[in-house]
Design a protein around this ligand. Structure first.
Ligand code: BG6
Ligand code: MG
Length: 215
């Protein structure tokens, strides 16, 4: 039975992909090229700078380091402006209930996110208190699929990696979990997350039961 649960944020607890999309699209449009929702799929779970590189590649832009830095700041400012209007209603169905029920069962909870905006989002959603530890893009050096974020999560909870289960919606996150020696519950489909150990469409499916106890 797992003693720790490590949650990704974007796409698992909240649907921020639409705001990332709006901000990346705005940047692409400023640069005079289009950026579609299908293109945006490629950016899920991917770090901010790597996302920018993918976007610039799509637009066939080859620019220097200083300009890249400025573009990432521009995008982030727009993104932060969008998410600053976010309310508690935007927590994905079942997320709060499920995490709360795990807590009641004595499971320790950590956030394992690539986002440097994670603290702001948790604050907007009023769910900071649900987490015993928060590991995010501000403290992690190596982005998923590197296991760093989840290994640090387990450590902050005082647990061994094998005692923890990860909840992820991105392939890179599932890989990071496995490389950390943890099982991964995939939020998606067996097509989008073929490597996940268990697939659900969202945390609402788990409310009232515990995958952690079943295994
Ligand atoms: C991940 C998102 O959680 O965080 C990515 O899925 C995002 O889309 C990444 O690029 C970094 O987020 P931020 O907020 O630091 O730009
Ligand atoms: Mg995600």
């Amino acid at each position: 039975r797992a003693r720790g649960a490590l949650f990704d944020l974007d796409g698992v607890i909240v649907d921020t992909a639409k705001y990332h999309y709006l901000a990346w699209k705005r940047l692409a449009n400023e640069l005079r090229f289009d950026f579609t929702e299908a293109d945006n799929e490629r950016l899920k779970g991917v770090s901010r700078m790597r996302s920018l590189d993918i976007l610039l590649e799509l637009g066939k832009f080859d620019i220097g380091e200083a300009l890249r830095e400025r573009m990432s700041i521009l995008k982030d400012n727009w993104y932060v402006e969008y998410i600053s209007h976010m309310t508690q209603d935007e927590i994905l169905p079942g997320a709060r209930e499920y995490i709360q029920s795990l807590r009641e069962q004595g499971v320790r909870i950590a956030l394992g996110s690539a986002s440097r905006n994670a603290p702001l989002i948790l604050d907007k959603l009023h769910i900071t208190d649900l987490f015993d530890a928060v590991i995010d893009g501000n403290s992690v050096t190596n982005a998923k699929p590197d296991p760093e974020v989840f290994l640090r999560g387990a450590k902050s909870l005082g647990l061994q990696p094998g005692e923890c289960v990860v909840y992820e919606d991105a392939e890179a996150g599932v890989e990071a979990a496995h490389r950390a020696g943890m099982k991964a519950v995939g939020i998606g489909t067996s097509q989008t997350l073929p490597e996940a150990d268990y697939i659900i469409s969202g945390l609402h499916e788990l409310v009232g039961k515990s995958v952690l106890q079943e295994r």
